[in-house]
Design a protein. Structure first.
Length: 173
């Protein structure tokens, strides 16, 4: 995924906030949705692109599961409701990132028990620059659909319900 992580985070975080009756968690959801990609700094600056960045710990689901278990356990033990809300938004968005990456990127869902990486689709290398292979693959339509969905949700929230058509009552009974 190139651009869908943030729009997907907006959709998920808003839904979670409504379900929990929580507010003020959008920035946390946005940050969590891109957090696994912080490994790109190491990928480019330290490892000189020798190791696929999805192999780093930030893209390993078991790592995040362990952290989530500790977070939710501590929040429950302390009866910290806000901690549960924070954890739900944070870890749901990290998981969403890994799920979205699993569409065409390889995620090692069973690591450390297996190093096999899983991807829903395989992008065949056809172009010299790796980015074109993904941007010109039909799976980019999924990203565009997520972006369009998030834009439509933002527009609905900003503009409110549509005004009635001319000649129609506002509240038909």
């Amino acid at each position: 995924m190139f651009v869908a992580h943030l729009p997907a985070a907006v959709l998920l975080t808003r839904r979670l906030q409504r379900a929990m009756g929580a507010t003020g968690l959008l920035w946390l959801g946005l940050a969590a949705s891109v957090l696994p990609d912080l490994d790109l700094a190491r990928f480019y600056l330290l490892d000189h692109r020798r190791i696929l960045h999805h192999a780093y710990w930030t893209h390993l689901p078991l790592w995040w599961t362990a952290i989530a278990a500790a977070w939710f356990g501590a929040s429950a033990a302390l009866r910290w409701r806000r901690g549960l809300e924070l954890g739900a938004v944070f870890f749901a968005n990290v998981l969403l990132h890994l799920l979205l990456d699993s569409v065409v990127g390889e995620i090692r869902w069973l690591d450390p028990f297996s190093t096999r990486a899983f991807a829903l689709l395989t992008v065949t290398p056809r172009y010299a620059w790796w980015g074109w292979n993904f941007l010109l693959h039909w799976s980019v339509l999924l990203e565009l659909a997520i972006v369009a969905w998030a834009f439509a949700a933002w527009r609905r929230a900003r503009l409110g319900p549509h005004p009635p058509a001319p000649g129609r009552p506002n509240n038909p009974s």
